[in-house]
Design a protein around this ligand. Structure first.
Ligand code: ZN
Ligand code: ZN
Ligand code: FE
Length: 764
């Protein structure tokens, strides 16, 4: 018989709260190993004694076949002197020592085993809405501190009944050390309250009340995993319209929860990638092309070619949607753009006036977490909002961290990111920081991430915009602050996700970001890596008449671009059809004090207004989204591209869309259908961007182009640019796991501030 050895195995990664210790226990026992396993602040620590073959087999299992929710980063083995054991293998309680460095798992959709129990009338968890196990259930949203153990979660107040306790303590059970383990006898309970917070029913009755309310067209707030949803019957036009009115949300599309994949397929065209995303345990909202003539009320996503669908991810959702038996609008529980409500107190205060009843429960949510949103594009997926189911999963840094970093992101779609050692963690979606409540949520997210991941920031990274609340917070901290240019951060976020450290040519096209010359940038060609950034080209600057007003009023940008392209008289003539103030705005355009912008997002706005798509918007990017929707009715390549010119000025390549604007206006005059104009605009601008990128790549010796910024959420434009560059033999990096919009800014800031030798300078 081979001699026995003793070995310490150190496992790092997402290994707590994912059934890792029972997994180790079962295999160690099966392999005849003695020793122990325990969680600690660095991950999971195992010591085993037994035959070298068995020890090696255990090591391989940990790396190659870990439990489904675990993400093992590394397993390191150290041999130890033999200690002699009683031959048993045991699980030891968590040791609390040192700064916590262990990632906490993401919130995960109810697994098939748990769902089968909920559906089984003979099971003790029949119709229990908080059923979960080590393979599923809430995690990030209930964790208060680490190590991840029940007392450090919002389940601390529930004492397990003897049966649940037995499962929790039995290493052979699926619920062994499942921290949120509960049943109807000992766990959280539902209640149905009126809008003032007065409880009217509890338990199964509560669900019946909510069902009846939703079936009769009423609006309910329903507490989920990361906050409250506002819920209505998605097939009831009057109910959907009433929800819009009460939520003060004019046009932004609502997400729809459907019972199963079959229903989803009846509403939208889904390819294999979209189906996989929809049914994944992360359960994001998936944007997909909608079918014509469905039962979904038009007001859910008026005029848009896509619908956001998702599947139930808690037993409560499954039970509710089965009873109501209709697709349900499930939108973030907030008024307008406030942060999502997640405590009962807050829900009754803020959502009470919006709803007819509240379906809540007594398991507290510790940290809010909105639903994630992704889109299937070109045979793969792209995250547009990375939140529940994804946060706080660590991402690898493209190189080792030189320092621990907190990155505070931008202003809109804010997220924060912390980084240290070899990884970074981006927070859930926080929202638009212009709202005070969102700002408080931002502070909480910063504190929580630093606590959970044991980060002691040595540097804080922020946007250069002095008026962003995130910038102000960063400068208030008593830390060295690195100002990172907005578009450099966009490109860096794309580099980080592709583990690139060499310089690339970056195309950063978005709404607005603060430039280093005091101008608002948004159509930038940059040669950048994580250490430095050089601006080598940009869109031709255009005045933004009326300060921030053009963001809400695209007709102002229409007038501005028309003045540059056609002259003042023609601009006033066309602009006056959009708004009577056009002559005044034309004057502003010619004023030397008008701020200038190179924003491609504002160019989309201008074109949308010029062809009558819309003159004002109720949410950011609306005009561009609707312009894209029109363009997509024309197959790619079937609309002649409108011309764009380029010229070298002061050593920079300037992309000049004036001929394109002239063509748009001419098309409008000639009566060309607006979808044709929209498609020709997309084709022309993409072709111009590709031509400029090819010239700049050659001039700067680049072979790789990274695409980032909110404009690249536009699937049609993004695909045209991507294809055009690939056809020219260039390698293209596009976003997959990090949003191209400002939700990714903190990731780019963190990647730069953690790995660069010194704060990068960006040449204007
Ligand atoms: Zn489960
Ligand atoms: Zn129980
Ligand atoms: Fe941006």
């Amino acid at each position: 018989m081979a001699e026995a050895e003793r070995c310490q195995l150190r496992v790092t990664g997402t290994v707590q709260g994912v059934g890792f210790r029972p997994f180790v226990y079962r295999h160690a026992v099966a392999l005849g190993l003695a020793g122990f396993v325990r969680n600690d602040s660095a991950g999971v620590l195992i010591e085993v004694e037994g035959s070298p073959a068995s020890v090696a087999a255990l090591g391989r299992l940990l790396l190659e076949h870990p439990p489904p929710l675990a993400r093992v980063t590394s397993v390191s083995a150290t041999s130890l002197p033999m200690m002699g054991t009683n031959g048993r293998f045991v699980i030891i309680d968590s040791a609390e020592e040192g700064p916590p460095a262990v990632p906490v798992s993401v919130d995960t959709a109810t697994c098939a085993d748990c769902l089968a129990e909920v559906d089984d009338p003979t099971d003790r968890r029949y119709e229990y809405p908080f059923t979960n196990c080590t393979n599923c259930g809430p995690r990030y949203t209930i964790v208060i501190s680490v190590p991840y153990d029940r007392p450090a979660t919002t389940m601390a107040g529930f004492t397990m009944c003897p049966q649940c306790r037995r499962e929790y303590e039995d290493p052979a059970d699926r619920r062994f050390h499942a921290q949120p383990n509960a049943c109807g006898a000992c766990g959280p309970q539902l209640s149905w309250c009126d809008a003032a917070g007065e409880p009217l029913a509890a338990g199964p009755d509560a669900l019946d009340h909510a069902t009846a309310a939703l079936r009769s067209g009423r609006i309910a707030a329903v507490k989920g995993i990361g906050g409250f949803h506002l819920v209505v019957d998605a097939t009831d036009p009057a109910a959907v319209a009433e929800l819009r009115r009460r939520k003060a949300r004019d046009d932004k599309p609502f997400a729809v929860m459907v019972a199963d994949l079959d229903t989803a397929c009846r509403l939208c065209h889904l390819d294999a990638v979209a189906e996989a995303a929809l049914t994944s345990v992360r359960r994001p909202v998936v944007l997909a092309a909608r079918r014509a003539h469905t039962a979904i009320a038009e007001g859910v996503a008026r005029g848009l070619p896509e619908l956001g669908l998702f599947l139930p991810y808690t037993p409560l959702h499954h039970m509710l949607i089965r009873r109501v038996a209709r697709p349900l609008v499930m939108t973030s529980g907030n008024l307008s753009d406030d942060p999502i409500a997640y405590t009962d107190e807050d829900a009754f205060a803020r959502l009470g006036p919006l709803v007819d009843g509240v379906l809540t429960h007594d398991r507290p949510i510790h940290i809010r977490c909105d639903d994630s949103v992704l889109r299937a594009i070109g045979g793969t997926t792209q995250l547009l909002r990375r939140s529940r189911g994804y946060a706080p999963e660590p991402m690898a840094l493209p190189g080792p961290a030189r320092r621990q970093v907190l990155a505070v992101g931008a202003e809109l779609k804010n997220t924060v990111t912390v980084a240290k050692q070899s990884w970074m963690v981006a927070s859930h979606h926080i929202g638009d920081l212009e709202h005070l409540a969102t700002y408080q949520s931002f502070r909480q997210a910063v504190d929580h991430l630093c606590l959970l991941f044991g980060v002691m920031p040595e540097v804080v990274a922020h946007d250069l915009h002095p008026e962003y609340l995130s910038t102000k917070l960063a400068l208030d901290l008593d830390l060295p602050a690195w100002g990172i240019q907005h578009h450099h951060a966009h490109i860096a976020s794309c580099l980080a996700e592709h583990a690139r450290t060499e310089p690339v040519l970056g195309l950063a096209f978005d709404g607005l970001g603060y430039g280093t010359d005091g101008m608002l940038w948004g159509g930038e060609f940059l040669v950048a890596d994580l250490e430095s950034c050089r601006r080598v080209g940009h869109l031709r600057p255009c005045p933004m008449p009326g300060g921030a007003a053009p963001i809400r009023e695209p007709w102002r940008m229409a007038v501005a671009w028309a003045v540059l392209s056609l002259g003042t008289d023609a601009a006033i003539r066309h602009g006056s059809r959009l708004d009577p103030r056009a002559p005044l705005v034309a004057d502003l355009v010619r004023s030397p004090t008008a701020p200038l912008t190179t924003s491609v997002g504002r160019l989309f706005d201008a074109v949308a207004a010029l062809i009558g798509v819309r003159s004002t918007v109720s949410y950011e990017g609306q005009a561009a989204i609707e312009l894209e929707a029109l363009a997509r009715t024309i197959p790619t390549g079937e609309a002649p591209p409108y011309p764009v010119e380029q010229a070298w000025e002061d050593g920079k390549l300037v992309l000049d869309p004036r001929p394109l604007i002239a063509s748009v206006v001419e098309g409008r005059e000639k009566g060309t259908p607006v979808d044709q104009i929209a498609a020709s605009f997309h084709e022309g601008l993409a072709r111009g961007a590709v031509a400029a990128a090819v010239e700049l790549a050659r001039a700067n010796g680049q072979q790789t182009v990274a695409l980032s910024g909110g404009v690249f959420q536009n699937a049609r434009f993004s695909e045209l640019v991507d294809e055009g560059l690939v056809n020219e033999g260039l390698t293209v990096l596009v976003h997959r796991a990090v949003p191209p919009n400002d939700g990714g800014i903190s990731v780019g800031q963190a990647a730069i501030a953690a790995t660069a030798r010194r704060p990068p300078e960006v040449s204007a």
